[in-house]
Design a protein around this ligand. Structure first.
Ligand code: GTP
Ligand code: MG
Length: 437
């Protein structure tokens, strides 16, 4: 995600840090480029201007020109301002999910068609279940018969009840559903509502009536990050009418330019409470502005990666992995080991992108289809331990043997070895240039 913005900003700071002292003109030039990068990421003109002005003001205050490390000082200011712009973190009081004192707590999901409401309802229910909170899912989208079925399928997958009354009046469904939750002593109710292609009066009216009867502790706007600036306009529309309490930004796993994430909080004042990062039910994450900001600025996202791996590895193993990543002494053996563990977590391509340095070394639009992952696994498995540790020994006859053993072509083996070598070379180069500064 945010590949383009990351690349632009990364290049700006790379250039700045190549110099010693910098002039005021150079600072202004860099900030002009930052503004263009933000506009290209679909941040609104007003927000981009305000952002750059704040950075400029602080840069003057921090005496950037006098500083011995001007580029780092500006980078830090931009980072701080990005964090500010993104809003509070899920862990902080301001963005934590609110529950009511009198159960059941009602969480109402609203948003445009296809933004991911039904899916996030399932993800949220699963997340709460893992924290020991049972939910009843209410199917209040009655306009598509498939919508009810979709929610019931999700409910089955996570073993939680779904309340539905077919195509009855959604307001009645919600009222009866909440009564049912009380009867079953279920602490939380999650309402899946209907979406429209655009905000319209009948939709808003229906949602307002559901709100009146359900008195939700949260009205969460589910917004598709891929729709960019448009998502912030939508957010404003929903907020003006319903008063949303938070946002779930979905599809951040896709190739989004980032505009929505950067401006949705400043436009609505509502915090981003979760981000959706995939179609699977486990793909809902708390929102950490610090991590996103450092990812946008190309500082990698070692934190998220290490947290993810911690659920699979012991602390000791995680530390060793961290060291290897930092020292870039990855062998094919580690690669295979990682891949096996990591596949349990979902998309391998996404995880690879989180490795600092590696994310920039990889080609643009880098993806590994699942089939390819299996192929790579088979190839590495057909190598001897020595070969995995030192791919340099792989001559023609060895490659032929490996291809035969893994049911692939020699060309596949060649490609893997070449890619691995390239990544290693790039990583080496990157660490060298960093140290050289
Ligand atoms: N890549 C990705 N896809 C997602 C994410 N969340 C949902 N989707 C997909 O987006 C599509 C629409 O999701 P739904 O949950 O049906 O959306 P909805 O808002 O309920 O749609 P309507 O009920 O038609 O208004 C589905 O194909 C989901 O699998 C996400 O975080 N990442
Ligand atoms: Mg739906």
């Amino acid at each position: 995600m945010f590949d383009q913005l990351q690349e632009r900003l990364g290049a700006i700071f790379e250039r700045l840090s190549g110099r010693g002292r910098i002039t005021e003109g150079e600072v202004n030039e860099a900030l002009r480029e930052v503004r263009i990068a933000l506009l290209e990421a679909d941040v609104s003109l007003g927000a981009a201007k305000a952002f750059v002005n704040r950075v400029k003001e602080r840069a003057v205050g921090a005496n950037v020109m006098e500083s011995l490390t001007p580029a780092q000082t500006i980078l830090k200011i931009v980072y701080d301002e990005l964090v500010e712009l993104l809003g509070p973190s899920t862990g902080s009081g301001k963005a934590r999910l609110q529950f009511s004192d009198a159960p059941p707590s009602v969480l109402m999901l609203v948003g445009l068609q296809g933004s991911g409401k039904t899916t996030q309802a399932g993800k949220l229910a699963l997340r709460l279940k893992e924290q020991g909170r049972r939910s009843l899912l209410i199917a209040a989208d009655v306009y598509r018969p498939a919508a009810i079925e979709q929610l019931k399928t999700l409910g089955k997958q996570i073993a939680l009840p779904v309340f539905e009354l077919g195509a009855a009046d959604p307001v009645r469904i919600v009222r009866d559903g909440i009564a049912e939750a009380k009867r079953l002593s279920i602490s939380t109710v999650i309402i899946d509502t209907a979406g429209r292609l655009q905000i319209d009066e009948p939709l808003m009216d229906e949602l307002a009536r559901i709100k009146a009867i359900a008195r939700p502790s949260e009205i969460l706007l589910v917004a598709d990050a891929m729709t960019g600036q448009e998502a912030t306009n939508v957010a404003k529309g929903f907020h003006d009418r319903l008063g949303i309490t938070g946002v779930i930004l979905t599809k951040l796993d896709g190739d989004t330019r980032g505009g929505a994430a950067l401006s949705i909080h400043s436009i609505t004042g509502a915090p981003i409470k979760f981000i959706g990062v995939g179609e699977k039910l486990g793909a809902l994450e708390p929102f950490y502005p610090e991590r996103l900001a450092s990812r946008i600025l190309g500082m990698g996202d070692a934190l998220t990666l290490i947290e993810k791996t911690q659920s699979l590895y012991s602390e000791d193993q995680a530390k060793k992995l961290e060291e290897k990543l930092l020292k870039q002494t990855f062998t094919l053996d580690d690669f295979l080991d990682q891949m096996r563990q990591v596949r349990k977590l979902g998309s391998f391509s996404d995880l690879v992108k989180m490795v600092p340095g590696l994310s920039r070394a990889l080609p643009k639009n880098f993806e590994i289809p699942e089939r390819e992952v299996e192929k790579v696994e088979a190839i590495i498995c057909s190598m001897t331990r020595g070969e995995r540790r030192n791919p340099d020994v792989l001559n023609g006859s060895r490659r032929k043997r490996i291809a035969r053993g893994s049911g692939t072509q020699v060309a596949d083996v060649n490609r893997l070895v070449k890619q691995f070598e390239q990544a290693r070379q790039m990583a080496k180069h990157l660490t060298k240039t960093r140290r050289g500064r």
